[in-house]
Write a protein that binds this ligand. Structure first.
Ligand code: ASP
Ligand code: MG
Length: 405
């Protein structure tokens, strides 16, 4: 017997027929003798609707009331699933975030889980009762409902799995696993049987949208084995696990891309100590995440061009901050480009092998694709290119690293 957390996303609970389907899947695990806690999202589209309502009434709405409203979608689905399970003869009880409680920080709208009290549901799991827990929500220090940020129910599920010391956290979704790259770009993309936490973290933060990035961080920290699988097919998915559990490690496991990038160049900034701090300090204070950075020094050594990227959603704010600090930074001209994309190759295998970057640069050169910015870490190489070449670059790199089906 083992203890499982099963998480179902919005498309998996989108209507009553699908909720019945979820109940059958849960029943099957119960019949196999497992203890099961289920974590649910709201019905697909429901949270969007609730967010829109809050915004429509007041663009500057109170974040506490926003949470009261947008957390309500999950209350509906957990209650319905508990009813569906009971109808099948499976003992089940729903739990809202405040009822356990799931403690969170006070950052309404994007709260972080700080602790979960599991005593009550552990006792019930031991009696064979299924716990159906509302994802995406918790209880803040102000004793009010909080939400964890969009897509947050993945994080709820992993946190609950960690707190319950579950043997596995199965994330049921509308895709059947994690792929070597986006199958919409190349039909040669393959489903991975396993991927390490480190690689999944890069994939998630670099644009693969299967799991919320924070849920992967949490899984890595607490070593929760996470399986991503389809709720519409009966097939094993992709296991996100420790590197040691992966026998045949590939050099490169996946190619990720993101079109949500924007490039900013400050032309002719005085090249002297403190200039990077003068640029990136105010951006950091403004909560802007700067990603890739390159700096070129001019021939006379007096000036430098500073190029960096930010998320497209933060672009306008970033420009505003830079312009406001024009005099302290001292740049001469501001160039911007929203027509860029970031393409990344990811693999823990590259830690021990040289030449992975070179293969990437050669492949792009052969396709006539110009690299604008490069950034690397131990297990990934990212390049910034013109957005129109994204698909070509992804396909070519997928072939270069032997990932084609
Ligand atoms: N229902 C929430 C959202 O749409 C949480 C989730 O689905 O993970 O963001
Ligand atoms: Mg989701």
């Amino acid at each position: 017997m083992s203890r499982l957390v099963m998480k179902f996303g919005g498309t998996s609970v989108a209507d009553l027929a699908r909720i019945r389907n979820v109940a059958l899947k849960v029943k099957r695990e119960v019949d196999r003798g497992h203890q099961v806690a289920v974590v649910l999202s709201a019905m697909a589209g429901e949270t969007n609707k609730l967010v829109a309502w809050a915004r429509e009434l007041s663009p500057l709405h109170d974040a506490r009331e926003y949470d009261t409203v947008v957390s309500s979608g999950e209350q509906v689905t957990v209650g319905l699933l508990a009813i569906a399970l009971q109808h099948l003869g499976v003992p089940a009880r729903s739990w809202l975030g405040w009822q356990l409680p799931i403690h969170t920080s006070g950052m309404h709208g994007s709260a972080a889980i700080t602790g979960i009290e599991t005593k009550e549901i552990e006792a019930r799991l031991a009696q064979g009762q299924v716990a159906v827990v509302a994802g995406f929500q918790g209880l803040g220090p102000d004793n009010r409902i909080t939400t964890l940020g969009r897509g947050g129910s993945d994080t709820s599920a992993v946190a609950i799995a960690a707190a319950l010391k579950a043997d596995r956290c199965d994330i049921y979704t509308d895709v059947d696993g994690v792929y070597t790259t986006d199958p919409r770009i190349t039909p040669k993309a393959r489903k991975l049987d396993r991927i390490s936490y480190e690689e999944m973290l890069e994939m998630a933060s670099l644009g693969a949208k299967v799991l919320q990035t924070r849920s992967v961080e949490l899984a890595m920290i607490h070593r929760v084995r996470v399986q991503v699988l389809s709720s519409f097919e009966d097939l094993p998915g992709t296991l996100v696990c420790d590197e040691d559990e992966i026998v045949e490690q590939q050099l490169v496991s996946g190619i990720a891309y993101s079109r949500d990038e924007a490039k900013i160049t400050l032309v002719r900034v005085p090249d002297k100590p403190g200039v990077a701090a003068a640029i990136f300090g105010p951006l950091a204070d403004g909560g802007i995440n700067v990603d890739m950075i390159v700096q070129n020094t001019s021939e006379d050594g007096k000036f430098t061009d500073m190029t960096f990227t930010v998320g497209r959603a933060e672009f306008e704010r970033a420009i505003h901050i830079i312009e406001r600090n024009q005099s302290s930074i001292g740049y001469q001209k501001l160039l911007t480009d929203k027509g860029v994309a970031k393409v990344s190759v990811i693999g823990v295998g590259m830690r021990a092998h040289a030449g992975v970057a070179q293969a990437m640069f050669k492949t792009l050169a052969e396709k006539g694709i110009n690299i604008q910015v490069i950034s690397t870490s131990e297990i990934k190489i990212s390049v910034l290119i013109a957005a129109e070449f994204t698909d070509t670059a992804v396909r070519a790199l997928h072939t270069t690293y032997g990932l084609d089906k």
